[in-house]
Design a protein around this ligand. Structure first.
Ligand code: 4AD
Ligand code: MG
Length: 462
């Protein structure tokens, strides 16, 4: 491992100190006597320029073999740059090649490739400016998320990936099995899961919430941050089959405390991003979305609007818009509706509460009207829903009845119901989709471009 990363070197004064740098060549420009290499090691959106004097025979020989994508070590003197693009550059004394990248085969030759093309070479796309920046933003945002919760006394809980229960009750689970698919054991005309690995049907989790609740009702404040899986047949720019979710769960908390936490949380991590990733954010602002920094600042500085589902429906009915999906009280909000409310009506994030119970999950607290539940979705401009959450049903009989009404078998959830039998408390929580967040803060159009290896319907190359 070399001592200094390029991001650190770029901050040094050009005092002619001797220095060595490792990286991949982004571009090579040659004139008669001099060659300029742009070198990246992924530590920053900014490259370091290496200036090579071609009158040196040794250097000229090495330079000849170097093409875009080659990995090299350049050593020399760190000097004040002549050009305006950068403050310091390396006047090369010696260059050695780790690996070449044949120009006729290495696919990243052009300065700009389409995101569709780059998805096909996902193993190389982190070497581009955009995907390098996304990787750094993802990493920094993960740290911000842990920092927010740790500072507030939340305990990080690792909920299971393989589960026996469907949290959202939406039947969108990937099954996990070791049974032979061609010839599964049968009993009474159905597959005999008693012979499966776990002795029962198992799936990949869609959410860590239910297990999160078991820890919240012991440790009071917990959060999860892990992968979740949904076999949704949604081929959209905001759905993945594998995505990461952050789920805080708080005991002794109602929906108002939950909304306050969600708002504080979003503002904290956006502030963090603008502070810790200024160069990458400047890049997104220049190349991806010219409004992105202003948008994020606006979100940090303004209070989120809070309205009920019933109010949202009446705004949509009065809108005069020609929506693809017509709205009426009882219908689920589609992304076009969510965007209308955040972009056209309020021009800022909106928290919508108290949805009809028919369109929300079984665990949400039933309101006194018997028709709506204490759900809260946080919607943001351009994207729609970024957070889904609720106050949880804390009453044993009401919860059990909701399960039965929705066709769930309460016996499968005996441990979850136990939380309502032993020291039940009001509690609430929410889930933030990590990739939706990254999509939102970078201005990237497609969720497949903000996770290293997207998993979607009919797509699994890597
Ligand atoms: O609204 P959802 O389904 O809520 C839950 O899973 C709750 N158990 C959370 C909780 O209360 N603890 O999902 C939460 C968030 C959504 O708001 C969205 O940001 C993201 O997860 N999400 C997806 N992101 C990418 N691809 C998908 N297919 C997603 N489905 C949900
Ligand atoms: Mg939701």
């Amino acid at each position: 491992m070399n001592g200094l990363q390029i991001k650190d070197i770029l901050a040094l004064p050009g005092d002619s100190r001797e220095i060595a740098v490792d990286g991949w060549v982004r571009t090579k420009r040659e004139s008669k006597n001099v060659c300029f290499l742009e070198l990246s090691d992924g530590s920053s959106i900014n490259n370091i320029q290496v200036v090579v004097d071609l009158s040196s025979r040794d250097l000229a020989d090495v330079i000849e073999k170097i093409t875009t994508g080659s990995s090299i070590r350049a050593s020399g003197f760190l000097v004040q740059s002549q050009g305006s693009e950068q403050s310091v550059e390396i006047a090369a004394k010696a260059i050695s090649i780790y690996g070449t990248a044949p120009a006729d085969e290495y696919p990243l030759q052009k300065k700009r490739h389409s995101f569709e093309f780059l998805r096909e070479i996902a193993h190389l796309r982190a070497r581009t400016n955009t995907f390098g920046a996304i990787a750094r933003v993802r990493s920094s945002m993960s740290f911000a998320i842990h920092s927010f919760f740790q500072e507030r006394g939340f305990v990080y809980v690792h909920t299971p990936i393989i589960t026996g229960s469907d949290c959202e009750g939406a039947g969108q689970m990937f099954q996990v099995t070791t049974l032979p698919l061609e010839n599964p054991p049968m009993k009474d005309g159905a597959i005999d899961y008693s012979e499966d690995f776990f002795g029962k049907k198992a799936s990949l989790t869609v959410s860590g919430q239910l297990e999160g609740e078991t820890y919240a009702t012991a440790l009071s404040r917990v959060y999860t941050f892990g992968p979740t899986f949904r076999a949704e047949n949604s081929n959209t720019s905001r759905h993945l089959a594998e995505f990461w979710m952050i789920e805080p769960e708080i005991a002794f908390c109602d929906i108002h405390g939950n909304m306050d936490l969600a708002e504080e949380f979003i503002k904290y991590i956006l502030t963090w991003l603008l502070e810790k990733c200024p160069d990458d954010m400047q890049f997104f602002n220049t190349r991806i979305d010219r409004e992105i920094i202003t948008t994020l600042r606006g979100i940090i500085d303004n209070r989120f609007e809070r309205i009920t589902y019933t109010e949202a429906i009446s705004l949509l009915e009065k809108s005069g818009e020609n929506f693809e999906f017509p709205v009426h009280w009882g219908s689920d909000l589609q992304s076009e509706h969510e965007r209308y409310i955040t972009e056209k009506v309020f021009k800022k994030p909106v928290i919508i509460t108290d949805y009809p119970k028919e369109i929300k999950a079984f665990y949400m607290k039933l309101n006194d009207d018997g028709k709506t539940v204490r759900a809260m979705d946080v919607l943001v401009p351009r994207l729609g829903e970024i957070i889904g959450g609720s106050e949880r049903e804390a009453d044993y009989s009401t919860l059990k009845k909701r399960m039965i009404d929705l066709g769930l078998n309460p016996e499968d959830y005996w441990w979850y119901l136990d939380l309502r039998r032993f020291g039940s408390v009001p509690h609430a929580g929410f889930g933030l989709g990590f990739e939706r967040l990254i999509q939102f803060v970078t201005g990237m159009q497609n969720i497949r471009d903000v996770i290293p290896y997207p998993r979607c319907v009919k797509t699994l190359e890597f």
